[in-house]
Design a protein around this ligand. Structure first.
Ligand code: GLU
Ligand code: ZN
Length: 492
C-alpha cells in the first residue's frame, strides 16, 4: 500500500506545538515509508478564519523545512487542497446522501431549535439534541417548503439502533452506541457550506488518505466519521490518534504554561532543528534511549510503533537544553547571521550592519555560543559592550562567604594582578592562578575574587567568560570599569 497522510489544520490561529507535532509525525511517517505527505487547509469555518493564520501555517512549515508533496501552492492530482475551493464537491456528495435517503433536508428555523434546546435543558431530558423533526417529511412537503424559499440544511441520518466501532492503531477498538452519537448532525449548512465532518471525510477519501494521524481530541468524532464512510460505501482509513500534549502539571498544554505558538519560539531564538528534534520526542521514541535526531534521521527511522499511548509532557527546560546543544553545534557563520537581528533590534549595531559591526558580530559569536540557550540571550550577554550600566549596589559584587572589606580588597589587588598580567602578556591560566592565590590569602573562595571582577567589567553576575569579556571590551574600557569598582568600595 502506498502511504498517503495529511496534515489538515484549520487556519483559525497560530501554529502551536501540538499542531506542529501532528504535522511532523505525519511528515516523518510519510517519508519513512516512501509515501506522500499532503497539506490540506480546512477553512470551512469562515468566521474564525484569518489570513494571518494561513500565512503563519506556510511560514512555519517552511521555517521547519517541512515540504508537502501535494497541497496548496504546489498543487497535486487531487486538488484543490483548500476546502473553501471545494464547496461544489461537498454539495454534490451531500445531495447524493439525500437522494439515497441517508441524509435529509431540515427546514427548522434557528428559533425552533433554540426553543427545543431550552425545553430539553429545562426538562433535564436524557435526550439532547435535534429531535428529528424533519426526518420524515414527504416529497410534497419538501417541495412546498422549498417553493416558499426556505433554505434547508442537510442532516445526516444517524441510526438509532446498534453500535459503531472504529479501530485505532494505538487505542484498539473504540465502540459507541449509535444513539449516543449526536442525533442527525448538520453536514451541509443552509448557505451551502459543509461542516467539518462532511468535508473532512469526503476529502480524506477523495485524496486517498491511508492513515489519519491526528490529535486525540478528535476521537469522539470517530464513530460519526465511520458512519459517513459507510453511508458513502467507502473504505475507512486507518486511524492513529496521537497522545495529548500536556504541561508539566498534567493539564493540556496551553498559554498558561508558556508560549505555545511556534512563531514565538522562533522569535525567541530557537533553532528549527531543536524544535523538530524535541517536539518529535513528545510522545514518540525510537528505542527509549536515543535523543538526538536530525530531520534526515527521522525521515528514515520514524515508526508508528514508537508513538506512545499515554499523554506526553512538553518540557520547556528540555527544549532549552536541546536548543543550547544545537546552538553549540551550529557553525559560526550561520550563528552570526542568526544573532545579528537581535543585536540590531536592541540598537547595539546598525541595520544593515556596517563592516565594523559585521566584524564585531563575528567576534561575539564564539564566546556567546557557549552560553546561549536561545539566540535572544545574545542581548543580555553582550549588553555590557554596548551600554555601560555600572552596578552601584555593593551587595551584587559580594560573593557568598565574602564580605564588603574582602570584596574591596579583592577588587583592588585583583585588578592589579589582572591588568599587569594582561599587559605583560602572561598566560590566562597564570593570571587565574594568581587570582586564586589572592582568594586564599583573603580567606575566601575563588568566586570571592572572580565575581566582583566580573561584575565590575560586565555589569552583571551572568556573563561571558572573563577573558572573553575583556577581549571584546578592550583594555582601556576594562581598566576604567575596574577602577570605578575599586573606587565604589573605597567610598563609605
Ligand atoms: N481541521 C482539523 C483540525 O484543525 C483536522 C482534524 C483532522 O485531522 O481530522 O484539527
Ligand atoms: Zn428540521
Amino acid at each position: 500500500m502506498d502511504v498517503r497522510v495529511r496534515y489538515a489544520p484549520s487556519p483559525t490561529g497560530l501554529q502551536h506545538i501540538g499542531g506542529i507535532r501532528t504535522a511532523l509525525f505525519n511528515y516523518f511517517f510519510a517519508r519513512a515509508n516512501g509515501g506522500k505527505f499532503i497539506l490540506r487547509v480546512e477553512d470551512t469555518d469562515r468566521e474564525r478564519y484569518s489570513d494571518e493564520s494561513l500565512e503563519d501555517l506556510y511560514s512555519t512549515l517552511e521555517w521547519l523545512g517541512i515540504k508537502w508533496d501535494e497541497g496548496p501552492v504546489v498543487g497535486g492530482p487531487y486538488g484543490p487542497y483548500i476546502q473553501s475551493e471545494r464547496f461544489d464537491i461537498y454539495r454534490e456528495y451531500a445531495q447524493r446522501l439525500v437522494d439515497e435517503g441517508k441524509a435529509y433536508y431540515c427546514f427548522c428555523t434557528p428559533e425552533r431549535l433554540e426553543e427545543l434546546r431550552k425545553e430539553q435543558a429545562a426538562s433535564k431530558s436524557e435526550y439532547q439534541g435535534y429531535d428529528r423533526h424533519c426526518a420524515h417529511l414527504s416529497d410534497s412537503e419538501i417541495k412546498e417548503l422549498l417553493r416558499q424559499g426556505i433554505k434547508p440544511v442537510i442532516r445526516f441520518r444517524v441510526p438509532t439502533e446498534g453500535k459503531t466501532t472504529f479501530h485505532d492503531i494505538l487505542m484498539g477498538d473504540i465502540t459507541r452506541r449509535n444513539r449516543d452519537i449526536s442525533p442527525d448532525p448538520v453536514i451541509l449548512k443552509s448557505d451551502g457550506f459543509p461542516t467539518y465532518h462532511l468535508a473532512n471525510v469526503i476529502d480524506d477519501h477523495l485524496m486517498k488518505i491511508t492513515h489519519i494521524m491526528r490529535a486525540q481530541e478528535w476521537i469522539p468524532s470517530g464513530p460519526l466519521h465511520v458512519l459517513l464512510y459507510e453511508a458513502f460505501g467507502w473504505e475507512v482509513p486507518q486511524y492513529c490518534h496521537l497522545p495529548m500534549v500536556m504541561g508539566k502539571d498534567g493539564q493540556k498544554l496551553s498559554k498558561r504554561h508558556g508560549s505555545t505558538a511556534v512563531r514565538d519560539f522562533r522569535a525567541k531564538g530557537y533553532l528549527p532543528e531543536a524544535i523538530i528534534n524535541y517536539v518529535t520526542l513528545v510522545g514518540w521514541s525510537l528505542d527509549g534511549e536515543t535523543e538526538f535526531f536530525s530531520k534526515e534521521d527521522l525521515e528514515k527511522c520514524f515508526t508508528m510503533e514508537g508513538i506512545h499511548k499515554a499523554p506526553a509532557v512538553f518540557d520547556y527546560k528540555k527544549l532549552d537544553w536541546f536548543n543550547g546543544q544545537y546552538i553549540r553545534q551550529a557553525d559560526n557563520a550561520r550563528l552570526s547571521s542568526l544573532i545579528a537581528p537581535y543585536l540590531e533590534e536592541a540598537g547595539y549595531v546598525s541595520k544593515p550592519l556596517t563592516d565594523s559591526d559585521k566584524a564585531l558580530v563575528e567576534k561575539i559569536v564564539p564566546p556567546v555560543k557557549e552560553r546561549m540557550k536561545v539566540l535572544s540571550d545574545v542581548v543580555p550577554l553582550t549588553a555590557f559592550l554596548f551600554e555601560d550600566n555600572a552596578v552601584t549596589d555593593k551587595a551584587i559584587y559580594i560573593a557568598k562567604g565574602s564580605d564588603e572589606t574582602k570584596t574591596g580588597e579583592a577588587l583592588r589587588k585583583g585588578s592589579c594582578i589582572l591588568l599587569s598580567g594582561l599587559k605583560g602578556g602572561e598566560k590566562e591560566e597564570v593570571i587565574e592562578e594568581k587570582l586564586s592565590s589572592l582568594a586564599a590569602e583573603l580567606g575566601i573562595k575563588v568566586n570571592g575574587v572572580f565575581q566582583p571582577i566580573r561584575v565590575a567589567i560586565t555589569n552583571s553576575t551572568v556573563s561571558l567568560p572573563l577573558f572573553d569579556s575583556i577581549r571584546l571590551l578592550g583594555m582601556d574600557e576594562t581598566e576604567k570599569r575596574l577602577a570605578r569598582a575599586v573606587k565604589l568600595f573605597e567610598e563609605n
